[in-house]
Structure formats: structure tokens, C-alpha cells
Ligand binder design. Structure first.
Ligand code: MN
Length: 131
């Protein structure tokens, strides 16, 4: 089984690009388009990592991260936050919520997957080979 990555992103262009890049590298990608859907999907599929947009409908990324890290079922899943805010306080809040990684939009297609893999547990290679 391939490692699962959950992408929570409401912008279709960004969602498409991130999904494309991760699938091309062999990951199984699940998509959510708002914060609540993302939370529910995270509990259900237990992804190896979550890519989390901050500006999201229903629940924003700060709240999603907070709830994921409060829940024993999901607290160990690494979160890489993606934000278009260049504001320092946003970054501080993201890290305070327990997100393991942080990147700013626009994402760089040449380095996106490598950046994600820095935070991916080593037990979760793209092909899921545990041997
Ligand atoms: Mn957004």
C-alpha cells in the first residue's frame, strides 16, 4: 500500500498541482476542500502526513491543526501548513498549534515533494514497502 497523504486545500489550482506532484512521486493522495471535511477524512484514513492550507472555508487551518493535535487519534500525524500570508504572526501561530512544517505560497513545484518528505515518517515511503 502506498503512503497516504491528505491535502486540505480549497483552491482548485493549488489542490490540482499538489496532488499531481505527490501522485507523480508515488503517493496516494486524498483531497479535502474545507477544514471540517479535512478533519473527518484525517480521522477516517489516518494519512502518513497532512498538507494543510490555512485559509479554508468552514474551519480555518489554525483550527484544523489545533483539533488534529488535540485528538490522540490524529496528533502524531505530521502537518505541513501552507499559507499565502507572509505575516510573521501567522507562522508563529502555525508552529504554536504544533504543525511540523510551514511553507508559503506559491509552492515551488521543483522542491515541493522534497519539502514534504522532510516531514514524512521514514516508515512511509511512497510504495509503502516495509521490508
Ligand atoms: Mn485557501
Amino acid at each position: 500500500m502506498k503512503a497516504r497523504i491528505l491535502v486540505i486545500e480549497d483552491n482548485e489550482k493549488n489542490l490540482y498541482m499538489q496532488t499531481f506532484l505527490l501522485e507523480k512521486s508515488g503517493y496516494e493522495v486524498f483531497q479535502a476542500r474545507d477544514g471540517l471535511e479535512g478533519l473527518e477524512l484525517a480521522s477516517r484514513i489516518k494519512p502518513a502526513l497532512i498538507v494543510l492550507d490555512i485559509q479554508l472555508p468552514v474551519l480555518d487551518g489554525h483550527e484544523v491543526a489545533h483539533r488534529l493535535k488535540k485528538n490522540p487519534e490524529t496528533r502524531d500525524i505530521p502537518i505541513v501548513a501552507v499559507t499565502s500570508y507572509a505575516m510573521a504572526k501567522d507562522r508563529e501561530r502555525i508552529l504554536a498549534n504544533g504543525c511540523e512544517g510551514y511553507m508559503e505560497k506559491p509552492i515551488n513545484p521543483a522542491t515541493f515533494v522534497a519539502e514534504i518528505e522532510r516531514h514524512l515518517p521514514t516508515s512511509a515511503p511512497p510504495n509503502g514497502d516495509q521490508s
